[in-house]
Design a protein around this ligand. Structure first.
Ligand code: PMP
Length: 406
């Protein structure tokens, strides 16, 4: 693939050329969702304009074409994740639905009284609450794994908490609040020694660095398309095929059966067994296009660019009086969550918005992680491959003006 430059990427994003409140848009809310390249927008429009059909049903040309596109999307996701076979890929609405699917299908069958689910304190609510729900049903326990002050998971405590009671470890591959990238491979290997399964939440990871689920030896890996330049409403669950084949359906309906009688219903094989009803076909078409777009660049070059941009942003933000970035662990993606003395996060976001700069303020769906720093709310700038050092300069200049104004 060709090397990478942010200018090459930016050209493909029509939205990055609009203005907001009279200023060129500076999109620094990529942790919430990424923008879409025109290739993705055109693929979705092209599907509805020329190829719309349901899949797997009806023997006509367009149903066959839609089926082929959907299955090509599955194969592309498998390849993107290093999954080996498309059989291990289930399409879902996103990360949240994928985790709920695993909690309900795998969790109900494999958790029982006294079993532990280990969940680091930095997890997104969607990697905490589904486990709390299934733990309540099965009388298992959700056990928090503490953080160090720098935002990295406390690996000694993690090792101490693991036991033969541990059935599952649920960890994010990159934190949406601190950007922390834990040593997932090593943590997984350790969990496996106790016979525990490991679910990796890749929502914040997949857009930033290459992922290989077999190298990680993850049992489950989940992500959302919309944080990966693809449409909203589509995401994927990877599970090791031998685990997936043992999983019971969690929703019933069309597409997931073999034959239905009132006396007895027989089921389709995985992954279809776990995809009841009409899927998000145009979403899969968009995801396929997004994966093709992203992998047309050198992904190591993207990761190197982003870490240089992150280093630049850290230095630049350090010049703003009263600004403090949460977390300092060296292994992290380009996420900068910060507080600014004398200013409420909502006020900061509002101020930046007037300059056309989009960041997020709030609890970032990770209240325990913020509580670790004694906070309820913070401001977050999250960078993507199309952001530039000029945009970082604009962020810093605007924050300095806010401080001077006060
Ligand atoms: N996990 C992490 C780490 C996230 O950042 C997010 C989205 N903020 C989610 C899970 C949930 O993703 P979604 O809302 O797309 O289901």
């Amino acid at each position: 693939p060709p090397a990478f430059s942010p200018e090459m990427a930016r050209r493909d994003f029509p939205i990055l050329h609009r203005t907001v409140n009279g200023h060129p848009l500076v999109w620094l809310d990529n942790g919430a969702t990424t923008q879409k390249p025109r290739q993705v927008i055109e693929a979705v429009a092209g599907f509805y304009g020329a190829a719309n059909s349901n899949i797997h049903r009806g023997a006509h040309t367009m149903a066959r074409e839609a089926t082929e596109a959907y299955e090509a999307g599955r194969a592309a996701v498998a390849q993107f994740l290093g999954a080996g076979s498309p059989e291990g890929i289930v399409f879902v609405r996103g990360t949240t639905e994928a985790i709920n699917l695993v909690a309900q299908s795998w969790g109900r069958a494999n958790l029982g009284p006294g079993d532990d689910i280990l969940v680091p304190v930095l997890e997104h609510h969607s990697n905490i609450v589904p486990w709390q729900l299934v733990a309540k049903e099965t009388r298992a326990r959700v056990v928090p794994v503490p953080l160090r002050p720098d935002g990295q998971i406390d690996l000694d405590k993690y090792a101490d908490l693991l036991s033969m009671r541990t059935q599952l470890v649920a960890i994010s591959h990159a934190s949406n609040v601190l950007g922390t990238v834990p040593p997932v491979r090593e943590m997984t290997a350790l969990a496996h020694r106790y016979g525990a399964k490991v679910l990796v939440d890749g929502a914040q990871a997949v857009a930033h660095f290459p992922v290989d689920v077999r190298d990680l030896d993850a049992d489950f890996y989940v992500f959302s398309g919309h944080k990966l330049f693809a449409p909203t409403g589509i995401g994927a669950l990877y599970a090791k095929p031998e685990i997936l084949r043992e999983m019971a359906p969690w929703q019933g309906g069309g597409n997931m059966i073999d034959s239905v009688e009132f006396g007895r219903t027989t089921f389709a094989l995985v992954p279809h067994l776990l995809e009841a009803g009409t899927g998000h076909i145009s979403g899969v078409v968009g995801m396929l296009s997004a994966l093709n777009w992203l992998t047309s660049f050198d992904r190591d070059a993207i990761a190197a660019y982003e870490s240089a941009l992150m280093a630049y942003a850290q230095q630049a933000l350090a010049t703003v009086p009263g600004l403090e970035v949460l977390g300092s662990a060296p292994d992290r993606i380009a996420v900068l969550t910060f507080t600014l003395a004398g200013h409420d996060p909502a006020e900061i976001a509002d101020w930046l918005d007037r300059d056309g700069i989009a960041i997020r303020a709030g609890h970032h769906c990770a209240q325990p992680a913020l509580a670790h720093y004694g906070l309820e709310s913070a401001a977050r700038a999250s960078l993507a491959l199309y952001n530039t050092s000029e945009e970082v300069d604009q962020l810093v200049a605007s924050l300095r003006r806010l401080q001077e104004d006060a």
